[in-house]
Structures are given as structure tokens and as C-alpha cells.
Design a protein around this ligand. Structure first.
Ligand code: UDP
Length: 244
């Protein structure tokens, strides 16, 4: 089994929208499908940590634009990520995986608090660890929380699941001539203002040399293919000299 996997420990970042299927909120079938995809890599012996966003329910910046205090709006957003994480946990346990949810904002009746060493121990024991409530701080995103957790849990790669199969130089939905990058450097992605992740998340990965793979989770088997070392999506790392 071990020979079949390139990575021992991964951090998988799902946006809240990834749980919504084609729309808003949560689509039960989509959540089940994601759980099945995670199970395939878990079965390879990969240690899986996950960070799930909340954008399918609430985005702090959008709510602030309607007049709600930004910090308050962000705390609501973090609570939305907890709801998504609990729903994902339920689906994964129904697929036979042992899981733990850890929250960056303490809520003991609901989940464990985030304790780094305990999270690492869960991973070593083969439990999928879902890290909820973002970073616990307003004015951040779950992408930044994912970068932070990937670094502190010593993941070998941050996998960012999106609805497109990688990073393009323009929106491939609107521009059919948009070019996809197979690989790109952190600085290039930052300088070109590419919508990979927000700049805080990208800078954290850059400073800590955390590779990011942006891929399409809707593509069946993509996650497993990445685990086997196949080229899939776009790799963001320091090693690239020129955009490909
Ligand atoms: N959020 C926050 N701090 C964090 C992570 C998230 O304040 O560390 C809030 C923020 O308001 C954000 C919302 O939670 O808009 C939902 O997260 P995000 O927009 O990153 O979700 P995604 O786009 O991944 O679904």
C-alpha cells in the first residue's frame, strides 16, 4: 500500500461551496461523494486533516457590507464552518472512517478544542481530523486557516479543492482562451494576482515552503491520483522559474 502513495500526511481544504453541489447550502449527495473520495485516500494509509470553509452559508465581508460589524460577521462565518465540519464528520463516519472535529473557538459539547499535539496523535492513529472555526480570528479566511494548520501539523502538501481543474491566467468559465498552469511559483501567483488563495494564505505557504495543489474535487478519483503522484491540477511551489 505504502508504495502507492506519494504523501503520508495531507491537509485538504474544501470551500463551503464545495458542499453545496451546484448551489447554495448543503447538498447531501455531494457531501456523501466527497466522503467517498476521502475514504479512497484514507484507505491508502494517508493521514488526512481537513479544513472546511463556510462560504455556502455566510461570508463575513459580504455581511459587513450590509452594515453588520465586521468582526461580529466574521465570528458568524467561523460558526458556519463548524456546521459544515459537523455535517462532513457525520458523512465520513457513515463511510466507516474514525474522525475528530477540533474547533479553534472552544465549544466542548460540540467538539474538541484545537490542540496541535492531540490533532497530530489523532492523525497518527488514522483518524481524519476536521479543523473547524477557521483560525479562531476575525479578518482571516479559511484558506489562511488551512495554510496555518498545514504548516503546524507538518502536512506535506495543502490540497485546495475547487470547482476548476487548476489555476488559469483568466477565468476559464468566462474566457475559453484562458491558459492553465501545470506549475507556478508562489511569487508568480502573488504578483499576477491569481485567485489561488488570498495573499495571507499564499504568503504563509511561501514562507514555510508548503506546496499547494489546486485541483477539481468534482473530478472522480482526482484526489487519489494526486496521492499516487500523478500530475493533476496546478502545483504551487517555490521550484518554478517561469510560468509553464
Ligand atoms: N472566517 C474568519 N476567520 C477565519 C476563517 C473564517 O473570520 O480564520 C470567517 C470569514 O467571515 C469568512 C467566513 O468565516 O468569510 C467563511 O470562511 P471562508 O469565506 O474562508 O469560506 P470558504 O470561502 O472557504 O467557503
Amino acid at each position: 500500500m505504502a508504495a502507492e502513495r506519494k504523501y503520508q500526511r495531507i491537509l485538504l481544504k474544501l470551500s463551503g461551496e464545495a458542499l453545496g453541489g451546484q448551489g447554495f447550502g448543503i447538498d447531501a449527495q455531494t457531501v456523501q461523494r466527497i466522503a467517498a473520495e476521502v475514504k479512497r485516500v484514507h484507505a491508502l494509509g494517508v493521514e488526512v486533516a481537513m479544513v472546511i470553509g463556510g462560504g455556502n452559508m455566510w461570508r463575513g465581508a459580504d455581511a459587513a457590507a450590509t452594515g453588520i460589524d465586521r468582526a461580529t460577521a466574521d465570528y458568524v462565518g467561523m460558526l458556519a464552518t463548524v456546521m459544515n465540519s459537523l455535517i462532513m464528520q457525520d458523512a465520513m463516519e457513515k463511510h466507516g472512517m474514525a474522525t475528530r472535529v477540533q474547533t479553534a473557538i472552544e465549544m466542548p459539547p460540540v467538539a474538541e478544542p484545537f490542540i496541535r499535539r492531540r490533532a497530530v496523535r489523532h492523525l497518527e492513529k488514522g483518524r481524519v481530523v476536521i479543523l473547524a472555526a477557521g483560525s479562531g480570528n476575525p479578518f482571516f479566511t479559511t484558506d489562511t486557516a488551512a495554510a496555518l494548520r498545514a504548516v503546524e501539523l507538518n502536512a506535506q502538501v495543502l490540497l485546495k479543492a475547487t470547482k476548476v481543474d487548476g489555476i488559469y491566467d483568466d477565468d476559464p468559465v468566462k474566457n475559453c482562451y484562458a491558459r492553465k498552469f501545470d506549475e507556478i511559483g508562489y511569487m508568480q501567483a502573488l504578483n499576477m494576482g491569481l485567485k489561488v488563495m488570498d495573499s495571507t494564505a499564499l504568503s504563509l505557504c511561501k514562507d514555510n515552503n508548503m506546496p499547494i495543489i489546486v485541483f477539481d474535487l468534482q473530478q472522480e478519483g482526482a484526489l487519489e491520483a494526486i496521492m499516487r503522484g500523478e500530475k493533476c491540477g496546478t502545483l504551487v511551489s517555490k521550484d518554478v522559474k517561469e510560468p509553464v
